[in-house]
Design a protein around this ligand. Structure first.
Ligand code: ADP
Ligand code: GLC
Length: 485
């Protein structure tokens, strides 16, 4: 597994959770799973790492880059995580912004990561059956495997490329090609070239043995002009090798029956702990502590994808026209941070906001809310809405991507559904959905409880999805062994 984020060591969003949980699950099923990620300046759980014999020497741009390697067991699993330390590239805390602070330098940083991933396998004398690459930062690995490596030890290794988010593609100036050491022939329309630039992800879409993405609906959406971020034709071309596999949840981490970050454990048969979590949450955000007011929460990156501007645009109306509370945890877009802080100052007892990244507070915010809002413009899978359902927090989501595949529309009077879905990406549609949820809460609490229970009883495990990955791996190995070189 190659990933720029792996929970618990480094997490920016769901990518870290997904890679970690899939690796754990596959290792439990007997696979020899080894993860490689960069070592950043600040990491979680990085004690007791074991140094590997080194250094690892990576040749790029006519120079030799020396790096150190470390290893540690992925906590709670049979999988191993390896860390590559190269401070010039990864000596900052943010995976997506190196020490220079310039996004333009990401081209070299992640070319290094991709190249190093292959040299690393040779260095530890371990030739895997599959290299599973997650998102654009390791997208050059399949391109190397198909070109520079063909007569080398890694040349027969099959690659699977998983798209967690097609918006980020790793586009850089063409000059990166000579730094990478990849042959000129890779820089073509059916390869790395995209409107004169070098597009790492596009290269992976052509060069990977198989491609997956993180939900069936997103697999369809990315083959359309509206959802393809400019790459829909490539994805149509590779449609027979593309599968949408829904992410599962790490139920050791996200489980109200054993979560250390909530005041008291709870489950579908005993919801007393949920009531305590709600008051703890209200206290944490400085809201009026009252179990009867419906509390809507958000835990999210503030990125355009997440559609939180819709919520900001109706914040005043929600606070003046409805009897509800809102608690938001997140950071990112500065104008959204300011909007939520302004709402917090205007309505301190009704609208809470915490700007920052805090894992324990994320658990409490998801556990203690009655409803969870995710108005995403697009959402490849989305894990937060699944976490919400597990904790009996009813999701309000826009009908897109993995949100469609995981949340079932509530049908009033029939006891069916797990949440509320809406279509239009507008503040008005979100407002109407919040009032619908609010009406169910105030006028038909028994139905609201049914919704909570339906969500809590869902299957969010990796059981089915890990089997699908095994199928993808098997077909990738077969396809690779049939490839003439
Ligand atoms: P994405 O990967 O697009 O950010 P997901 O729903 O897949 O969306 O995953 C988001 C993950 O990041 C969840 O585990 C969520 O709890 C976590 N998260 C997002 N923002 C924060 C934050 N400010 N503090 C703590 N955890 C956060
Ligand atoms: C990305 C997507 C999110 C998905 C996560 C894990 O960050 O935005 O929808 O859940 O990856 O696959």
């Amino acid at each position: 597994m190659l990933s720029p984020e792996v929970t618990p060591f480094k997490k920016v969003g769901g990518l870290g959770d997904a890679v970690s949980a899939l690796s754990k699950y596959l290792a439990t099923r007997g696979h020899d799973v080894r993860i490689l990620m960069p070592k950043y300046s600040d990491m979680h759980d990085f004690d007791d790492v074991e140094p590997l014999e080194g250094p690892l020497i990576v040749r790029l741009g006519g120079q030799e880059a020396y790096s150190r390697l470390w290893r540690k067991n992925l906590p709670g699993s049979f999988a191993d995580c390896y860390f590559i330390e190269h401070n010039q590239y990864f000596g900052a805390s943010d995976p997506y912004l190196g020490p220079s602070g310039k996004e333009g330098d990401n081209g070299e940083r992640f070319t290094f990561f991709s190249r190093a991933s292959i040299d690393f396998c040779e260095h530890i004398d371990w030739i895997p059956d599959i290299v599973h690459c997650h998102d654009w930062t390791c997208a050059l690995t399949p391109v190397y495997l198909n070109t520079t490596e063909t007569n080398r030890p890694m040349g027969r290794v099959a690659s699977v490329f998983s798209i967690h988010n097609l918006e980020h593609q790793g586009r850089f100036h063409k000059s990166l090609l000579s730094f990478s050491g990849l042959p000129e022939l890779t820089f073509r329309t059916d390869g790395l070239e995209s409107m004169g630039d070098l597009n790492m992800l596009k290269g992976a879409l052509y060069h990977s043995t198989k491609i997956s993405t993180v939900s069936p609906t997103y697999a369809e959406e990315i083959q359309t002009i509206e959802g393809g971020h400019g790459l829909h034709q490539v994805l149509q071309f590779r449609a027979s090798d593309l599968t949408g596999v829904l992410n599962g949840v790490d139920l050791e981490e996200w489980n109200p029956l054993k979560d250390p970050d909530i005041p008291q454990f709870f489950g579908v048969d005993d919801m007393a702990g949920k009531v305590l979590a709600k008051s703890a949450l209200q206290e944490a955000y400085g809201l009026e502590v009252d179990p009867k007011i419906p509390l809507f929460t958000v835990v999210s990156r503030f990125a355009g994808q997440k559609g939180l501007d819709l919520l900001a645009s109706i914040g005043d109306r929600l606070m003046t026209e409805m009897r509800i509370q809102v608690a938001i945890l997140g950071s990112g877009d500065v104008s959204l941070e300011e909007s939520f802080q302004r709402l917090n100052s205007s309505y301190p007892l009704g609208f809470g906001s915490y700007i920052g990244f805090k894992n324990e507070l994320a658990h409490l915010t998801i556990a203690g809310g009655d409803c969870f809002i995710m108005p995403s413009r697009f959402e490849p899978c989305g894990l937060a809405q699944m976490y919400a359902m597990i904790y009996g927090s009813v999701p309000l989501v826009r009908a897109t991507g993995g949100l469609v595949d995981t949340v079932k529309q509530f049908q009033e009077g029939r006891g069916i559904g797990t949440g509320f879905l809406f279509d239009a990406p507008t503040g008005e549609a979100l407002y109407e959905t919040i009032s619908r949820a609010c009406a169910t809460y105030y006028n038909s609490f028994v139905e609201f409880e049914q919704l909570q229970k339906n969500g809590m009883l869902g299957d969010y495990s990796w059981d089915a999805s890990a089997l699908k990955y095994e199928e993808i791996y098997t077909s990738a190995i077969e396809a690779r062994s049939d490839t003439p070189f």
